[in-house]
Design a protein around this ligand. Structure first.
Ligand code: DLZ
Length: 164
């Protein structure tokens, strides 16, 4: 099976981010990886004309806290159009792996439904550190880039449907 490069996307299908306001919540565990993912997201938002002042970056201790971080952002900064959750959980390092991944995927989904705003899952869940590096600016692209594109597309979809 051909592996898709996470950063392969059709630029013509990405809506402009002009005037969009986006929160990014970043886990501090595996910081080298999560910083690279967050930078990929920020660079991509800039590329699609999101103003730097419209990007709000916050950190949480670990991926488990991404849900609370996203919820705090959306409760206290209602002007945000979307939140991107950025983390990295590595299987070899934790028996918590399944619990954390399950909690974050459910938690971010619930957060999106509760606040009626897109909440993007930019969580790497890999078997080892090398696989994480490959997806944080390495040979499989950067999942933060994908997260930014997803946020812009989902905001655009919401705006289109809500104005109909
Ligand atoms: C505890 C823990 C472990 C073992 N592994 C990771 C990890 O690989 N990636 C990550 O983002 N966080 C990890 N954590 C921390 C938890 O996400 C959380 O911060 C703590 O359990 C405190 O709630």
């Amino acid at each position: 099976m051909k592996k898709q490069n996470l950063s392969d996307y059709d630029p013509s299908l990405v809506p402009s981010g002009k005037g969009r306001r986006i929160g990014i919540v970043v886990a501090e565990w595996n910081r080298e990886i999560t910083d690279a993912l967050a930078q990929g997201a920020i660079d991509t938002l800039h590329k699609y004309d999101v103003d730097d002042k419209d990007i709000l970056l916050v950190h949480v201790p670990g991926s488990f806290e991404l849900t609370t971080g996203a919820d705090l952002l959306l409760r206290n900064k209602p002007e945000l159009d979307a939140v991107i959750g950025v983390g990295c959980v590595i299987q070899g390092e934790t028996r918590h792996f399944d619990f954390i991944c399950e909690a974050v995927s459910q938690g971010l989904t619930n957060c999106a439904l509760k606040h009626e705003k897109p909440v993007v899952f930019s969580l790497l869940t890999t078997n080892n550190y090398e696989q994480a590096q490959d997806r944080a600016g390495g040979k499989h692209g950067n999942k933060g880039v994908e997260g930014a594109i997803t946020a812009l597309k989902m905001i655009d979809l919401q705006k289109q449907l809500e104005t109909k």
